[in-house]
Each structure stands twice: as structure tokens, then as C-alpha cells.
Design a binder for this molecule. Structure first.
Ligand SMILES: NC(=O)c1ccc[n+]([C@@H]2O[C@H](COP(=O)([O-])OP(=O)(O)OC[C@H]3O[C@@H](n4cnc5c(N)ncnc54)[C@H](O)[C@@H]3O)[C@@H](O)[C@H]2O)c1
Length: 321
């Protein structure tokens, strides 16, 4: 049994990580400020005596360091973040405070607690608008197109420096957009919310042709656990995403098929949905595949599981902005 401290453990991805860690017999402390995360996502976890929720804010160094020092984790899994990519320019300090300074707080608290193993949820957005597709981990990304991507790239830099400087073992995952049960933000959420209000029309940001890879949460979990169980040493970066990609219009087709509706689509126009939206995201995952990983679920299933979950839990569409 190992001890996992999971920041953002009440969120979409973090709560799935906690569930799998507990199923594997590990001890888990989820650290979360419950800003976008929800305690209902931890309903199963809370039944397990190996689980504890610590409510706290990663922006407050003493809060995360107290939990790390008391728990003495074997691994710190850092998911807590401002995961809202689109509204970065409305609140420019937010990505810096949550994703860069917050990451430093968690990282330094990890190192000072004596924990040697750190995993970070970065993003394919760090590549900005690359010229190589599928984009490998070695692709240079000198130009950032969003504050979110920039703040995550800064987090990656700090983690690599701590790994080199303090001999920590770290894994940085660059995710595509993740889908599945407990999904609470992203384009399927936005569409579900708007279609619930009016299923006769759907306003789409951009021209609908943005081509992006996605991944089902179960496939993400398999990739993350494979790397943890490979006992990584030094600083490691892995892309993770499906080989397949969907245009926004294709996603809408799957959503409408599931809901059995046919709204009139309108487009705001342009290649990008908003400033900083990458019109194409497709990551080269051959490095992770060498560890034995592959995606099992199709993107159609990923979209339909997501819209199915949001339909069954439509109260979430009201609760979360
Ligand atoms: N979902 C995706 O498609 C996707 C893609 C790429 C990267 N990521 C990254 O994966 C991680 C998890 O994303 P998610 O989709 O589960 O988002 P989420 O919003 O559901 O989860 C983030 C969690 O962090 C918590 N949190 C936020 N600020 C905090 C703070 N200051 N202190 C403590 N807790 C805080 C929230 O309450 C929430 O539970 C994030 O780092 C995100 O940037 C997600």
C-alpha cells in the first residue's frame, strides 16, 4: 500500500484518480478547495477508511504543506488548477496564482515533506499552435497562445528544475480534452447547458471545423497508473490523447444523435472559438504506447458517455458556471 496526496481530488479527473487508487488498496488524502470540485464525486471514496478529504487552498502554502507534512505521502498527484482555458484573458492573474504559484506551493511542500514522487496534469495547450501533427513531446513550443498554456508550461519548468535540483522523480502528463462521467466543463458541457434551455438552436464558437483529439477518462486513468506503476525516475513527460480526432461539428452530431434532436446551428466564424483556442490538437502518444498503453474507447463513446452523464445529472448544468 502506498500513500497518495491528490490535489484537486474532488474534481472531474481527481475524483476518478482517488477511486482507482482506493480500489488498488492505497491510502488517499484528497486536498481540494471545492471551488469547481464536488463532494458528491467522492461519495464512494468517502465510504473507504483509507480515504480522507482535506479542504484547503493550494494558493496558501501553509495549508498544503501542513497536510503533506502530516500525511507523508509516497506520491503527490497534482490536479488542482484553474482548468478554465477560455476565460483566461478576463481574469489574467488567475492562471498565474492557481497554476504557476499554486504548483510551486504544492511542489515545494512535496519536496520539504520528504516525498520524492510527483505527477502533474499539464496540457496539450502548451504546444500553442504547433506545425507538427501528431505533435511529439519533443516539439518546441516557444510561443504560448493562452494564459492557461503559459501557466502550465511555467509549472512544467518548475517541476523539471525541482527534479534536477532535488533528485525528485516526476511525471508531467500533457492531456488532450478529457471526457466521461463527472465531466463539468468544456464544449460538451456548454452545448448540453444551452440545448437544455433551447433545443431548437445551437450557437457554435468558431467555424465548427476545429479538429481536436479527446480521451475517455478511463483511458486517461490507465495511462496515469501505468506510468506510476513503472516506478519512473528523473523527469518524464508524456502526451496522452486518442489517435482519432473530431471536429466540433462531429461532436455536435454525436450529442444530437444521443439527445435525438436537430438544432439549427449558427457559427461565430473564424478558425478559433476564442483567442487562444488551438484550431488543431492531436498529440503523438508513441512514448506512452511503449509502456503498453493504448486507448480502448472511441471518441464517439467518449462524447456519448459524457452527454449521457450530463443528461442523467442535469442538476450539474445549473450548479456549475
Ligand atoms: N479536463 C480536461 O480536459 C483537462 C485537459 C488538460 C489538462 N487538465 C488538467 O487536469 C487537472 C484536473 O482538471 P479537471 O478537468 O478535473 O478540472 P476540475 O475543475 O474538475 O478539477 C480541479 C479541481 O481542483 C480544485 N481546485 C481548484 N483550485 C484550487 C485551489 N486553489 N486549491 C485547492 N483545490 C483547488 C477544484 O475544486 C477541483 O476539484 C487540471 O490541472 C487541468 O488543468 C484537464
Amino acid at each position: 500500500m502506498a500513500k497518495f496526496l491528490v490535489t484537486g481530488g474532488a474534481g472531474f479527473i481527481g475524483s476518478h484518480f482517488c477511486d482507482v487508487a482506493l480500489q488498488k488498496g492505497h491510502q488517499v488524502v484528497a486536498f481540494d478547495d471545492l471551488s469547481t470540485g464536488l463532494e458528491i464525486f467522492l461519495t464512494e471514496a468517502k465510504k473507504n477508511p483509507n480515504f480522507r478529504l482535506a479542504v484547503g487552498d493550494i494558493r496558501e502554502y501553509s495549508q498544503i504543506s501542513d497536510v503533506a507534512n502530516n500525511f507523508k505521502p509516497d506520491w503527490v498527484i497534482h490536479f488542482a488548477a484553474n482548468a478554465d482555458v477560455r476565460r483566461g484573458l478576463e481574469r489574467p492573474r488567475r492562471d498565474l496564482e492557481y497554476n504557476t504559484i499554486g504548483t510551486w506551493n504544492v511542489l515545494d511542500a512535496t519536496q520539504k515533506s520528504g516525498c520524492k514522487n510527483f505527477l502533474f496534469s499539464s496540457t496539450g495547450s502548451v504546444y500553442g499552435e504547433p506545425e507538427v501533427f501528431p505533435t511529439p513531446e519533443t516539439c518546441p513550443f516557444p510561443i504560448q497562445t493562452s494564459l492557461y498554456g503559459a501557466s502550465k508550461a511555467a509549472g512544467e519548468g518548475l517541476i523539471s528544475a525541482y527534479s534536477m535540483g532535488f533528485g525528485m522523480n516526476s511525471v508531467v502528463f500533457r492531456f488532450v480534452s478529457i471526457m466521461g462521467p463527472r465531466y463539468t466543463h468544456g464544449h460538451v458541457f456548454d452545448f448540453a447547458k444551452r440545448l437544455r434551455q433551447d433545443s431548437s438552436t445551437l450557437a457554435i464558437l468558431g467555424n465548427g471545423k476545429q479538429l481536436k483529439s479527446y480521451l475517455h477518462i478511463e483511458d486517461l486513468m490507465k495511462g496515469i497508473w501505468l506510468t506510476i506503476e513503472s516506478k519512473p525516475t528523473g523527469f518524464n513527460v508524456y502526451n496522452i490523447g486518442h489517435d482519432d480526432a473530431l471536429t466540433v461539428d462531429q461532436s455536435v452530431n454525436y450529442i444530437c444523435e444521443y439527445l435525438k434532436i436537430n438544432p439549427k446551428r449558427t457559427y461565430s466564424g473564424g478558425e478559433r472559438g476564442w483567442v487562444g483556442d488551438s484550431p488543431r490538437i492531436q498529440l503523438d502518444t508513441s512514448k506512452l504506447k511503449k509502456l503498453g498503453w493504448s486507448a480502448k474507447h472511441s471518441l464517439e463513446k467518449a462524447v456519448k458517455d459524457t452527454i449521457g452523464y450530463l443528461t442523467e445529472n442535469s442538476h450539474l448544468l445549473n450548479r456549475i458556471d
